[in-house]
Design a protein around this ligand. Structure first.
Ligand SMILES: [Ca+2]
Ligand SMILES: [Ca+2]
Ligand SMILES: [Ca+2]
Ligand SMILES: [Ca+2]
Length: 296
């Protein structure tokens, strides 16, 4: 009996330390030591100079839905529900560098200081909202225009945001064609560009504290180290938010978007005081069991 109790106590402590905690917000479950947010995006390009190509100074705007969280080191995932967690990316191309493959380019992005969607002036590139009355379904494609997608994706309360605040690892880049029509014509499952990003967290209304995650190796940096070799400063290979993915073909989209991107990212939540208190209780319980076992 005592062994069983001891095992149960160890099980409780292990569950609290390693498993999913109680979600800080009702619908979002965090995994320790890292949590992956999985997303589905629709992507728009603002062709300011009208040449049909993605150029320096032009904007990329994405509306996305974060459908679930997962444990990047093992099994375990949880749908985000009953609320929905959605967001908007608004960034400006600041470099367009021809790649080795003709027709491909490395694009580097910076915050859009005049974004109507995120606080680009403070460095925000992406912002998320937690909405108690879900109305956006990116996988199900229920928004019919950029304005409709933005309206459905930016209602609710601001949850978390990320962007550039001066960490030398910060990056938002993709490698691929500069012709959105090529992406738009491709099927939904076809990867058209490789994307990499590392952000600093700017707004945090999650109820959690966060450490940092490795942002390299990534699709541009083959070894661990500075996550952005293009910005003149040397980072330590760590950032608050790190992710990547691809822009997939946009065939069948009827809302003006040219592509569907998949930009999953990781964060490193620190167990909240409530969880630590539970761990303390569990350890105290183990201590009591141990003392009783010694006496017997
Ligand atoms: Ca253009
Ligand atoms: Ca919404
Ligand atoms: Ca750097
Ligand atoms: Ca860093």
């Amino acid at each position: 009996m005592k062994l069983k109790k001891f095992a149960a106590g160890v099980g409780l402590a292990a569950t609290v330390l390693l498993g999913a905690s109680m979600p800080a917000s009702a619908g979002v479950t965090f995994f320790f030591p890292e949590t992956t947010f999985e997303d589905d995006n629709n992507d728009w390009h603002f062709d300011t100079n009208g040449n049909g190509k993605i150029d320096i100074g032009e904007r990329l705007v994405s509306v996305f839905e974060l459908t679930k969280t997962a444990n990047p080191f093992g099994a375990g995932s949880a749908n985000i529900a009953p609320e929905e967690l959605t967001g908007i990316i608004d960034a400006v191309v600041v470099a367009k560098i021809p790649g080795f493959v003709p027709g491909t380019f490395l694009f580097l992005f910076a915050p859009n200081a005049t974004s109507p969607y995120v606080d680009g002036a403070s460095g925000e590139i992406a912002r998320t909202w937690l909405d108690a009355t879900p109305d956006l379904d990116i996988p199900g494609q229920n928004c019919v225009s950029l304005a409709d997608c933005v309206a459905k994706g930016s209602d609710g309360s601001v949850y978390m945001s990320g962007g550039f605040t001066g960490d030398n690892d910060e990056i938002f880049a993709f490698v691929g064609t500069d012709d959105p029509a090529v992406v738009a014509a491709a099927g939904a499952g076809i990867d058209m560009t490789a994307a990499t990003f590392a952000f600093s967290m700017i707004v945090n209304n999650t109820g959690m504290d966060f450490g940092q995650v490795a942002c390299s190796p990534n699709s541009l940096v083959p070894v661990a180290g500075d996550c952005n070799p293009f910005n003149g400063g040397t980072g330590d290979g760590l950032a608050d938010i790190a992710g990547g993915g691809s822009i997939k073909g946009g065939a069948g989209l009827g809302n003006g978007a040219f592509g569907r991107s998949d930009f999953d990212f990781n964060v490193a939540p620190i167990p909240e005081p409530g969880s630590l208190a539970l761990v303390g209780l569990a350890l105290a319980g183990l201590g009591a069991l141990g003392r009783r076992a010694k006496k017997a």
